[in-house]
Design a protein around this ligand. Structure first.
Ligand code: NDP
Length: 293
């Protein structure tokens, strides 16, 4: 293996430590404790794990964590009422409604109810619009974590060819926008892209956010490229046990890339750290104060 491994776990731990330092200053100087409210509907086991981890990390950073568990059959109206309560609660600076929601609830309607300034997931259309037009909104956590790691690895991204595989509203599109904001030349690939190997093979930066195990083959990667693997896929091994793999064929890609994120331990840990960072940002903005460094 020639690539250096981008250690998302260490990066996230470092970021969380910085956030805890900021929270300490905000408490001492402004009597401000950033608060994150997480709403979970139903009992999806994966979502329960995410919410538990968010709760733990929020508290560890010295912030307030508010958790609301709602039954699977809660009505859209009731959920929206809860979001509105949180919108009006001055102790809540960030609101996250854990997705996916049950089918009878219109996800977009719920997300649009969140006050954009408290939308720490950055999924509200106002925040998508601000990201696209260079405004100061909330940026989705996973792509923001990816761009932080890329800048740490490469420094200035200006002029680099970047390919994002995947065009979802929560990862692919905001990722492409962030790369464009860094003056990369950006290509967005998706399921209808012709000759994906050729498109990927031209990129200095490859971000894979597809949800298909090892779709991006290692030998597609240009020598010396930086590879960010957002995918989290659980697959069955020959012995019947399961393991997590990304969207990139890691072992072969690592022979060609200059740097690559592993799965697990790459992008995943960054997402929660950035969520905390977004909550601190939202809290500071709500008070009209500069964020501590
Ligand atoms: P979506 O299913 O919403 O989007 C997947 C995208 O991949 C679509 O744009 C789709 O194209 C594209 N795609 C699917 N098949 C192919 C193919 N054969 N060739 C090229 N493109 C293809 O997924 P998400 O964006 O929500 O998530 C992507 C992955 O990232 C998942 O594994 C998810 O678990 C992971 N994830 C990880 C996070 C983290 O914290 N690390 C956070 C969020 C997601 P089309 O639009 O044409 O259908």
């Amino acid at each position: 293996m020639s690539a250096s491994i981008i250690d998302g776990k260490a990066f996230a731990a470092n970021l969380k430590e910085k956030i805890a330092g900021k929270v300490k200053i905000l408490k001492e100087k402004y009597d401000l404790t950033p608060g994150l409210a997480v709403v979970l509907v139903g009992e999806d086991p994966a979502s329960q794990v995410y919410v538990r981890n968010k709760n733990k990390s929020t508290k560890a950073a010295g912030m307030n964590s508010f958790e609301y568990l709602m039954d699977d059959d809660v009505s859209e109206e009731e959920l929206i009422k809860k979001v509105n309560e949180l919108n009006n609660d001055p102790n809540v600076h960030g609101i996250l409604v854990q997705l996916p929601l049950p089918e009878h609830i219109n996800e977009a309607a719920v997300i649009e109810t969140i006050t954009p300034e408290k939308d720490v997931d950055g999924f509200h259309v106002i925040n998508s619009g601000l990201l696209a037009t260079g405004g100061k909104g909330m940026v989705p956590c996973t792509p923001l974590g990816c761009i932080m790691m890329l800048k740490d690895q490469l420094g200035n991204l200006s002029g680099l060819d970047a390919v994002v595989v995947g065009r979802s509203n929560i990862v692919g599109k905001p990722m492409a926008q962030l790369l464009l904001n860094e003056s990369c030349t950006v290509t967005i690939a998706h399921s209808r892209t012709k000759d994906l190997p050729d498109v990927v093979g031209r990129a200095d930066i490859v971000v894979a956010a597809v949800g298909v195990p090892e779709l991006v083959k290692g030998n597609w990667i240009k020598k010396g490229a930086t590879v960010i693997d957002v995918g989290i896929n659980r697959i069955q091994k020959n012995d019947g046990k399961t393991k997590l793999v990304g969207d990139v064929e890691f072992a072969v890609a690592a022979e060609r890339a200059a740097a690559i994120t592993p799965v697990p331990g790459g992008v995943g840990p960054m997402t929660i750290a950035v969520l905390l960072q977004n909550t601190v940002t939202a809290a500071c903005r709500s008070m009209g104060i500069d964020e501590p460094n």
